[in-house]
Design a protein around this ligand. Structure first.
Ligand code: S3P
Length: 176
């Protein structure tokens, strides 16, 4: 018997690499579903009163990952929402298993060349990218390292072009 939570009452977690459009899409999806939208990074910033950059700079990545996993679990208490995760969220602390057991996960699988293009215009505020000397190679390697986690999502949306109506593609996939 399928033990996953029903898709209309559980959180929908959007996962995927930095620059995949998780927050942009999440806001639109939440509006269509008349649900709250939560951005995991924003929740971490609010609860720690520091920006993600400050958390990385002051306490390091390992501390950020602890906060990320803890905050993810705290959000489970709230009414069913659309939650955009950070690019590394599913790859740490069994978070992908936890999200799959507690909600519905959707992998926004954006083509590598689109990610490189988007992130080359938006890397300075992302601590993992800010100091890279070869951004393109870093993105290719990191994506390869993370793909096996992303692919454990319940649903997989392939995005090969900019400006696709991703929120509508997700609704269709979820049958909502
Ligand atoms: C991270 C992605 C970021 C943020 C942090 C780490 C990652 O979120 O959580 O900088 O490890 O990929 P976005 O995916 O929203 O950029």
């Amino acid at each position: 018997m399928d033990q996953s939570p029903p898709e209309n009452t559980a959180h929908i977690y959007l996962i995927g690499f930095m620059g995949a459009g998780k927050s942009w899409t999440g806001q639109r999806l939440a509006k269509l579903l008349q649900r709250d939208f939560l951005d995991l990074d924003d929740c971490i910033e609010r609860s720690s009163s520091k920006s993600i950059q400050e958390i990385f700079a002051d306490h390091g990545e390992a501390h950020f990952r602890q906060l990320e996993s803890k905050t993810l679990r705290q959000l489970a208490e709230l009414d069913a929402a659309v939650i955009s995760c950070g690019g590394g969220t599913p790859c740490q602390n069994d978070n992908i298993d936890w999200m799959n057991a507690n909600g519905t996960t959707v992998f926004l699988d954006v083509a590598e060349d689109i990610l490189v293009d988007r992130l080359s215009k938006a890397f300075a505020h992302r601590p993992l990218l800010a100091k890279q000397t070869n951004l393109q190679q870093f993105i290719i390697n990191k994506l390869e390292e993370r793909r096996s986690f992303y692919e454990q999502a319940t649903h997989h949306i392939i995005i090969n072009e900019d400006h696709q109506p991703v929120e509508k593609m997700i609704l269709k996939k979820l049958g909502l």
